[in-house]
Design a protein around this ligand. Structure first.
Ligand SMILES: *[C@@H]1O[C@H](CO)[C@@H](O)[C@H](O)[C@H]1NC(C)=O
Ligand SMILES: *[C@@H]1O[C@H](CO)[C@@H](O)[C@H](O)[C@H]1NC(C)=O
Length: 337
């Protein structure tokens, strides 16, 4: 016989067990989060003894991160494509910052730059390499592009990055250093035709192999995946001028399959999306680069920007038809479809 009093008591006991187990689980989750947060905020020491080579410092992310690392006390070697880019940067930084001319598609230029880094770093080795140099143009509908249009972008973003990294590895090993590779959310999702997405998927794959192969030597590798930011890579006037060039070179019968209004509609749609998407706060990207260099435990992947974190990266885990749907909504269909 169970009395009414006993039933009430066992009801209380159940409520108590529920509350206790939920509180326990929440505390475990909170403890894990706090432990992760503390681990993530531990910093390395002796920044003023460390050398960092950054590529693509003429403008954009590379230019800003070079100045920020310089201010933090790193010995920055800023590689620029142009003489004007490098003299502007020297004027904006401390005398500690050195610049070097580097064209990452030219092996002789890479050899010269690495030799300069070797002289600067002497017995310490190279602590950090930020592979940031990149270009996006030619970019657009796949059918409009020639093989050399793909190659132009792949040569800079992928083969250039691979060659610079391989040639720096002996110096990085000496310092048990770090490699920070700038990929993109377009290294997760192919949203547009041309060499850009291909090159960024390649950067993701190269970085994964590099991380696994070099961890035994104490080298850490991080990948930065920015969303859309206002830099030369997303500059609409340059992209649009090149799309006009591609359009003008299309054979008449191919252009007819798109319809004579197509380029105009494509540019309008692209302008609309880019205006919504592009953030001008590029420090969101450079602070990921800084974390990758200064944290005792750098992360494997950093996504930068709200669009990357909340939209593009989650989208990259969903089935392909979901991404296809968004692209279809964003871009106009050719006339014959
Ligand atoms: C960015 O674009 C401007 C305008 O075309 C150009 O002058 C500058 O050299 C570009 N920067 C780089 C690093 O290519
Ligand atoms: C970079 O090097 C390549 C290959 O040598 C060359 O074709 C290209 O014109 C160079 N770019 C610049 C901006 O010097």
């Amino acid at each position: 016989m169970v009395t009414e009093e006993e039933q009430v008591l066992s009801g209380f006991a159940q409520v108590f067990v529920y509350i206790f187990s939920y509180t326990f689980l929440l505390s475990v989750a909170a403890a894990i989060f706090v432990a992760w947060f503390i681990r993530d905020s531990l910093k390395v020491d002796d920044i003023d003894t460390k050398h960092v080579l950054v590529t693509g410092c003429d403008s954009g992310f590379g230019n800003l991160v070079a100045k920020q690392l310089d201010r933090q006390g790193f010995h920055v070697i800023a590689a620029c494509l142009t003489e004007s880019g490098s003299s502007d940067l020297r004027n904006a930084a401390s005398p500690r910052l050195k610049t070097v001319l580097l064209n990452v598609t030219d092996s002789v230029s890479i050899d010269r730059a690495v030799e300069m880094v070797r002289r600067e770093t002497v017995e310490r080795g190279l602590y950090g390499l930020i592979n940031n140099a990149g270009r996006s143009i030619p970019i657009g509908p796949t059918e409009w592009l020639q093989p050399e249009d793909f190659r132009k972008v792949m040569d800079v973003n992928l083969m250039g990055l691979v060659e610079v990294t391989l040639k720096c590895l002996p110096l990085l090993k000496k310092a048990k250093g770090r490699v920070v590779n700038v990929a993109s959310i377009l290294g997760r999702l192919s949203l547009v035709g041309g060499g850009y997405c291909l090159s960024k998927w390649g950067v993701e794959a190269f970085s994964d192999s590099l991380r696994r192969d070099m961890r035994h030597f104490g080298i850490k590798v991080s990948i930065i995946e920015p969303g859309f930011f206002k830099t030369n890579v997303t500059r609409l006037d340059l992209i649009e001028a090149d799309l006009q060039r591609l359009w003008d070179h299309l054979p008449d019968d191919v252009r007819d399959t798109y319809g004579h209004k197509y380029l105009e509609e494509y540019l309008k749609a692209q302008r609309f999306s880019m205006n919504i998407l592009c953030s001008s706060d590029i420090s969101k990207v450079t602070s990921c680069m800084q974390h990758a260099l200064t944290a005792r435990h750098p992360r494997t992947r950093y996504s930068a920007g709200w669009d990357a974190k909340l939209f593009w990266i989650p989208l990259s885990y969903l089935p392909a038809f979901v991404g296809d749907f968004f692209i279809n909504v964003m871009l106009p269909p050719p006339k014959q479809c």
